[in-house]
Design a protein around this ligand. Sequence first.
Ligand code: SAM
Length: 232
Amino acid sequence: MTAGRLIGVGVGPGDPLLLTLRAVAAIEGTRRVAYLAAEGQPSLARAVVRAHLTPDHEEMPFEAPMRDDAGALAAFYDGAAATIAGCLDAGDDVALLCLGDPLLYGTFVYVLDRLRGRYGVEIVPGITSAAAAAARTARVLARRKDGFAILPAMMEEPRLRAALAAADAGAILKVGGRVRRLQALLKDLGRLDDALLVAWVGWPEETIVPFRDWTDPEAPYFSLVLVGERPA
Ligand SMILES: C[S@@+](CC[C@H](N)C(=O)[O-])C[C@H]1O[C@@H](n2cnc3c(N)ncnc32)[C@H](O)[C@@H]1O
């Protein structure tokens, strides 16, 4: 029997109209659709594609532990990959949904790491949150020789500082409880005044504010900071 393929499907950051035609084709053409959700919460990736799911789909939800415990997370991904591998071994393709682009900080990569080389893989790229946030705010990402950096807020301070100092513009993801630290760093680099906090882009709770005016030390998990173009 021919094994099934693992299909990583990027579903964009929230707005269901930012699904690509290829993502829709992958979902409509695959009986088994898998997705991750935070423990006890509905899956956001499923919510984005729900108009394309039918009773003929075999949905495969996986509830990820939310505590900061590397061992528990590794065990969770081992289990999810083993369940998906069982379906692939039985000859079924599995479409694994991922918010934004699957290969950019996507949960998909942890399943890919475990199954790569054993099964055929197809990846459907998705519109990333940084691109969607830039589009909502008409922020230029890069022009000519500019460098645009996508960085995680939890990067070690010296590396984050150096990367931001080198970038002409950027997006800082995974802001969460790192608001004060980021505001201080951007102020120090002379780039706070132009930075925007973009939360839940494409969702009903979308919020866009100048980052210097964000007073809560916490930002929603689904938020990023757009660092504007370096002044000429
Ligand atoms: C695990 S990463 C996934 C990134 C995703 N694969 C992408 O391509 O955008 C999660 C981070 O992406 C950003 N993010 C994802 N969706 C977002 C949204 N709708 N609005 C704002 N930020 C978002 C946030 O910074 C969040 O902490």
